[in-house]
Design a protein around this ligand. Structure first.
Ligand code: XMP
Length: 512
């Protein structure tokens, strides 16, 4: 087990990704609660993340001294390297020459961190980002790599198994970084690398049984990967103590409701309540054009319906949710103030308080791709596991302006054709998320000999790692032409198709 102490770097989660890819389980804690977490979890190694502070600032964050006194392997990255240096008796100072971005390092001595990747005399690309610089090494430490701007790019003490890197090994711009992290956790720290989904599945089932005993559990299914995987795992663990509730708000993609219901009832034999409340939702949305108002209307109604259905089942003590690790990591904020709400995300948050139920969150230690791997281990079909993310408020936020049943039907049909073309072109898995948007704009066209005055459909496709940032997908024009022709020919109500070439930021992925 590896503990990652977060000093507020933007990429701390990536350190955790790399450690887990090396088959080693790890968790992230903010530096403020690191002392308690360190003593409670007794890790076999610690990684100190980067961060925006400078060791010279009064009150700048430190790692618990116990980390260095315990004699376990420690890896410090950027700010983590600086605080490690200072806390182990070295010296660092703010540098007037800050270095960011791509840099080359020269390996000056062989080092256990470099085993199998880097050798003395070689030059390698890394991603630098630092403000402070080391002026004196702690006793017993040596330099293993340097760059033009950083004479101590890598230092360490092999006897104490403590190393510091001035660059970020966790980002893809350090091409050998993953291997350096693997060397640290596997070779230097001696972790065995047996963190697999098969092992997780058995452990998670055990934990679920322990937590819920013989109580009943309800689980809200959305048709998305997370809640589906959670439901199947729970069902393996506790069988018919589990009931799933699928609130069909009429804002789903084409055939989605049938697919979800049939998979859970017929394939997995999981007790499932299917509530078709599309009329309720669509009439509540009538005349609501503001994006936030739409999101709030849907979120509130969803909770009302879910609560009413749960009451009918009666007596459930637990509510299961597909919460993932990125949602539970308490991130470190140096800005201090509350961040701006860009969108009010709708999920089933708010339910447990209102219903006075305890939560079961079997996926709260996993990242999205790990959930997908677990889904495959559980036998969920690839078409389900590999699905693009879909927002809780569904097609309503892909219909800017007022939502009507007719508009939703037009959008559903266009979206299905677009995704069909993407699949046929073999591009589905290369794209993080793709969908159609129906604009509340009518334009003039000509079809056959007649004039048309129909809606504009916008197509969106992005690549992303986590949905936080995204690039538009560079389709070739022939593909876009094919998709547009089919949509205009086959969907009544659309006579023009445009492609969205906005990245995030400044755009968001969804249009509302
Ligand atoms: P944005 O549009 O904010 O979206 O760039 C980032 C990712 O989040 C999804 N999204 C949501 N997911 N409930 C969800 O479960 C929501 O209310 C919601 N809003 C956006 C979006 O589809 C994208 O994957």
């Amino acid at each position: 087990f590896v503990l990652i102490i977060d000093f507020g770097s933007q990429v701390t989660q990536l350190i955790a990704r790399r450690v887990r890819e090396a088959g080693v389980y790890c968790e992230i804690v903010p530096f403020q609660s690191a002392e308690e977490a360190f003593h409670r979890t007794r890790p076999s190694a610690v990684i100190l993340s980067g961060g925006p502070a400078s060791t010279a600032e009064l009150g700048s964050p430190r790692a618990p001294q116990a980390v260095f006194d315990a004699g376990i392997p420690v890896l410090g990255i950027c700010y983590g390297q600086m605080t490690l240096c200072v806390q182990m008796g070295g010296e660092a100072e703010p540098s007037d020459h800050r270095e960011f971005g791509r840099a080359m390092v020269e390996v000056v001595a062989d080092c256990p961190l470099f085993e199998g990747v880097w050798a003395t005399g070689e030059h390698h690309q890394v991603w630098m980002s630092h403000g402070d610089r080391v002026v004196r090494l702690p006793e017993g430490f040596a330099v293993y790599a340097k760059s033009d701007g950083a004479p101590y790019a890598v230092f360490g003490n092999p006897e104490r198994k403590v190393y510091g890197l001035m660059f970020h090994p966790e980002v893809v711009h350090t091409p050998d970084g993953a291997k350096l992290i693997e060397n640290f956790v596997r070779k230097i720290a001696g972790c065995t690398g047996d963190w697999t989904m098969a092992a997780f599945r058995e452990e998670a089932k055990e934990k679920i049984r322990e937590q819920v005993g013989s109580s009943k559990v309800i689980c809200g299914l959305s048709g998305g990967v997370d809640s589906s995987v959670a439901a199947v795992l729970l069902h393996e663990a506790i069988g018919d103590q589990l009931t799933c509730i699928f609130v069909d708000h009429g804002l789903l993609r084409k055939h989605e409701a049938e697919e979800v219901v049939s998979m859970f009832r017929n394939h997995y034999n999981i007790p499932l309540v299917h509530v078709d409340v599309s009329d309720l939702f669509i009439s509540a949305l009538e005349g609501v054009a503001d994006p936030e108002a739409k999101r709030k209307t849907i979120g509130k109604l969803f909770i009302d319906v879910f609560e009413a259905e749960a009451k009918k089942i009666g007596g459930a003590d637990f509510l299961a949710q597909g919460t993932l690790y990125p949602d539970v990591i308490e991130s470190v904020s140096f800005a201090g103030g509350p961040s701006v709400t860009i969108k009010s995300h709708h999920n089933v948050g708010g339910l447990p308080d209102r219903m006075n139920m305890k939560l079961v969150e079997p996926l709260r230690e996993l990242f999205k791709d790990e959930v997908r791997a677990l889904g495959r281990t559980l036998g969920l079909p690839e078409s389900f596991v590999g699905r693009h993310p879909f927002p809780g408020p569904g097609l309503a936020i892909r219909c800017p302006g007022g939502v009507t049943r007719e508009k939703l039907e037009i959008l559903r049909n266009a979206d299905a054709i677009y995704l069909d073309e993407i699949r046929k072109a073999g591009l589905y898995d290369a794209i993080w998320q793709a969908f159609a948007v129906l604009l509340p704009v009518q334009t003039v066209g000509v079809m056959g000999d007649g004039r048309t005055y129909d809606f504009v459909c916008a197509l969106r496709a992005v690549t992303s790692v986590d949905g936080m940032t995204a690039d538009f997908y560079p389709f070739d024009m022939a593909f876009l032409g094919r998709a547009a022709t089919r949509i205009i020919n086959e969907v009544k109500g659309i006579n023009r198709v445009v492609y969205d070439v906005t990245s995030k930021p400044p755009g968001t992925i969804e249009w509302e």
